[in-house]
Design a protein around this ligand. Structure first.
Ligand code: ATP
Ligand code: MN
Length: 479
């Protein structure tokens, strides 16, 4: 079929009754040798294509099965049936690719997300994943637009790095050495001088340090790229390969940083609500359906869409780590020993159960925690006058926990060097980072937003593996 296809999204929006169009897509269902529900990826909606079965050869009809790729040409007419405004009265149907019904793994019924993960190459064909990936696309464009409109430059930081100082977890090694025959030094250690880069290299865990250098010249930058962490955390919120957005702004302090992050989150969620209404309505119903299987007290009080609107319309609660510890120590689950990790004193690292208590039970809105103990945060965060806490901020979201982690950076050379020595980070090797503090240093701040955690929040998907096309996690790098 030579003619250009009209996207189904356009047909259901414009209802071009009487016009002749071509559509191309995949068969969702085919009823009574007559009614095709066709999807083409442009919208969650299907278009009903009515086949003139009396004048269509049986040979062709047999090939129109769930999953087959077809094209159809005909007139858009008002629909006789219920559930749709218009349908396509087909004059011509071609089958591009058959899908053997005996073998095609997807049936027009509900499949479990676990099953679909096993066939990640086909799960795009389902309503749920179609919706998730359309929303993911919208969010990623909204992020670029948000920063672009505010005068930020999109910076591409390296994926292969020789610095392992970010302190953000275990790294994946990059090497061309023959693992079965490693070159050795005289002292018996591996001779990395013979490796591709003549030194040890890894996949990046964050683009922040490089972004800091750029911010101290360009003013406002952000990164949006893949990051890799070999942490063996088999949770519903961790991936080994995920995408991170890291803005960095010269002359910003922690308050500016919080304002920026809050504005960004509200902007992109609002954008998804506006542009992905059909997909979010579907995902909202899907979540409601799924929650019916949960005990009453574990169901959310708001639907997905209500939750998104709530975040857009309410300011986030801001409090210090010290204040949060007070709330947690006096909380019911802590007193009744219901937390797996009890909060006994100031200094404790917060677990996801504590973060979720603060957000979901106590404040019932997104929370920004600031000024954490320096012992549990990275070396580059600015030390407060109390010399005990640093200008860190974590943004906590319902159902997710930490979605953003950031800080005002330590811009004072001596204090930064002292912190690095305390934490065993080699200062000579990091000369390129410290040079920013030697020459024209200034206050600056930034944060990292885990993109998949944002997509999880907006789509209501329970497992982070279901919001990325090909998830990488311990024991799995299929497709
Ligand atoms: P967590 O404590 O949840 O493991 P983190 O403190 O290690 O996160 P940061 O180093 O602050 O995370 O990274 C910034 C953001 O990147 C986090 O707020 C989170 O949204 C996201 N993130 C971190 N690790 C992962 C991961 N393994 N998979 C997906 N997103 C992640
Ligand atoms: Mn982590």
């Amino acid at each position: 079929m030579k003619d250009k296809a009209t996207p189904i999204s356009e047909i259901v929006a414009k209802l071009p009754i009487g016009q002749s169009v071509v559509v191309k897509g995949w068969v969702r269902t085919f009823r009574n040798n007559q009614f095709i529900a066709l999807t083409d990826g442009s919208t969650i909606r299907t278009l009903q294509v009515v086949v003139d079965f009396e004048n269509t050869p049986m040979e062709l009809l047999k090939k129109i099965t769930t999953g087959a790729a077809i094209g159809a040409k005909g007139k858009i007419v008002e629909s006789q049936g219920r559930g749709q405004d218009v349908e396509l009265k087909a004059e011509e149907v071609v089958v591009y690719g058959e899908a053997d019904p005996e073998k095609y793994p997807l049936q027009p019924k509900r499949h479990s997300l676990e099953f679909l993960r096993e066939i990640a190459h086909l799960r795009f064909r389902t309503n749920t994943f179609g919706a998730v990936f359309r929303v993911r696309h919208q969010l990623s464009f909204a992020i670029h637009r948000f920063f672009h409109e505010r005068g930020f430059y999109y910076l591409h930081t390296p994926i292969i790095t020789s610095s392992d100082a970010e302190g953000a977890g275990e790294m994946f090694r990059v090497t061309t050495l023959d693992l079965k025959d490693l070159p050795k030094n005289e002292d018996g250690n591996i001779d990395f001088k013979q490796d591709f880069f003549e030194r040890e290299t890894n996949l990046t865990v964050s683009g922040q340090l490089e972004a800091e250098l750029a911010a101290l010249a360009l003013g406002k930058v952000y990164t949006f790229g893949p990051t890799f962490r070999a942490e063996n955390s088999n949770t519903s919120r961790h991936l080994a390969e995920f995408w991170m957005i890291e803005p960095e702004v010269a002359f910003n302090d922690l308050d500016d940083n919080m304002d920026l992050a809050e504005a960004m989150l509200q902007y992109v969620i609002k954008d998804a609500l506006e542009h992905c209404a059909d997909d979010l309505a579907f995902l909202s119903d899907r979540l409601l359906e799924e929650e019916k299987n949960k005990p009453q007290d574990q169901r959310s009080e708001m639907s997905l869409i209500e939750r998104l609107q709530f975040v857009v319309n309410n300011t986030f609660e801001r409090l210090t780590y010290t204040e949060a510890i007070d709330v947690l120590m006096n909380s019911k689950p802590n007193k009744k020993k219901k937390f797996s990790y009890l909060i006994e004193k100031w200094g404790a690292d917060l677990q996801s159960e504590h973060e979720r208590y603060l957000v979901e039970k106590h404040f019932k809105k997104p929370v920004i925690l600031t000024d954490y103990p320096k012992e549990i945060k990275a070396f580059y965060m600015r030390v407060n006058d109390d010399d005990k806490t640093v200008r860190a901020m974590d943004i906590l979201f319902p159902g997710i926990g930490e979605i953003v982690g950031g800080s005002q950076r330590e811009e004072r050379l001596e204090i930064l060097e002292k912190r690095m020595q305390e934490m065993d980070i080699p200062t000579e090797e990091m000369y390129w980072f410290l040079d920013t503090r030697r020459f024209g240093s200034c206050p600056h701040a930034g944060y990292g937003l885990g993109f998949e955690r944002l997509v999880q929040f907006v789509t209501g998907m329970g497992n982070i593996r279901d919001v990325i096309a090909f998830p990488r996690f311990p024991g799995s790098a299929n497709f």
